[in-house]
Design a protein around this ligand. Structure first.
Ligand code: FMN
Length: 324
């Protein structure tokens, strides 16, 4: 067993988190992570309405009696979803852990606090983590430049970001981005984190409900197989390398604006990749961790393997370096 401030304060068996993933963070995956002793997050906005989210929470409860949470990602949008109603659904469903991401969680924090909900805020810089600590979140997940999805614009990898955050913060820190195995877990703990968050690794498990072809592609891919899109718009996203992501980068390099790529990056097209296994249907998030993923395990196999090997690395490999 690995015990950290995070496992103690959040009441989770292992210091391993499955972060919110659009179109992927559903009941089966979240419950599998929970049953394996990790902390899984349902992705609120994958559900089309707050009522559907209530049902997904219920469905998850039917599959596990262990703790799990809900991710609420608030990104700038022309037609924003009814965030307040999603938050209300989460609180009324009795969820006790929320992962916030995309923007400052302050507006909803009083509601979470009043309901006794612990908030793990995901961010990409020490300054945002400090701000989150100041407004009263219970922990931060910090995404390094390696991560799938939005790494921010500072381009700081975990090797620097995590120890810098550990030095600056008092609340528990979850290291995120580029972690897929026991080595990453031990490294994150050594850098000062209290646990790890993984996206790409959990995307490629038996219980993640995406097309098998996508999982096989992740196994086949290396750490070189990602693209950074939306760089020119200062809204960078790391996605899998494919025809569409290469095209988006090309258009941006030629001076194209969002209007010129809007159709290529449509959420509905990305969803088709996951649902139909058509790998070039649209863009899909995946991180550098692809280079560390060589199989498609169950969540239970993955988590017990990571914890077991981490214990071995700490007790044997690392301990042997210390001489009198
Ligand atoms: C397919 C996919 C979808 C994601 N969607 C979201 C999301 O909706 N909200 C969010 O906060 N993070 C999202 N993420 C980011 C993950 O929660 C996590 O922070 C990231 O994947 C960590 O980096 P890693 O992939 O290297 O483990 C997504 C990641 C993936 C792979």
């Amino acid at each position: 067993m690995l015990r950290t401030r995070f496992t103690e304060e959040f009441g989770i068996e292992h210091p391993i988190v499955q972060g919110g993933m659009m179109w992927v963070g559903r009941a089966e995956l979240v419950a599998a992570v929970a049953n394996a002793g990790g902390l899984g997050f349902i992705t609120a906005l994958t559900q089309p309405t707050p009522d559907e989210l209530r049902k997904e929470i219920e469905r998850t409860r039917e599959l596990t009696d262990k703790p799990f949470g809900v991710n609420v990602t608030i990104l700038p949008s022309i037609n924003p979803p009814p965030y307040a109603e999603y938050v209300q659904a989460i609180i009324e469903s009795g969820i006790k852990i929320v992962e916030t991401a995309g923007s400052n969680p302050e507006p909803f924090l009083p509601y979470y606090k009043e309901a006794g909900v612990k908030v793990l805020h995901k961010c990409t810089s020490v300054r945002h983590a400090l701000k989150a600590q100041k407004i009263g979140v219970d922990g931060v997940s910090i995404d390094g430049f390696e991560c799938a999805g939005h790494p921010g614009e500072d381009d700081i990898p975990g090797l620097i970001l995590i120890p810098a955050a550990a030095r600056a913060l008092d609340i528990p820190i979850i290291a995120s981005g580029g972690i897929a195995d026991a080595r990453g877990l031990v490294a994150a703990l050594a850098l000062g984190a209290d646990g790890v968050n993984m996206g790409t690794r959990f995307l490629c498990t038996q219980e993640s409900g995406i097309a098998h072809k996508v999982k096989e592609q992740i196994v086949a891919n290396s750490e070189l197989d990602t693209q950074l899109i939306f760089r020119t718009m200062r809204n960078t996203a790391r996605v899998a390398d494919n025809e569409v992501s290469r095209k988006v980068v090309e258009i941006e390099k030629a001076g194209g604006k969002f209007e010129d790529v809007r159709e290529l990056v449509a959420g509905a097209r990305g969803r088709r990749v996951f649902e139909e296994g058509d790998l070039d249907a649209g863009i899909w998030s995946a991180g550098l961790a692809q280079g560390l993923i060589h199989d498609i395990p169950t969540c239970a196999e993955l988590i017990s393997r990571m914890v077991g090997e981490a214990e071995e690395i700490i007790q044997q490999r690392l301990a042997e370096f210390v001489v009198a």
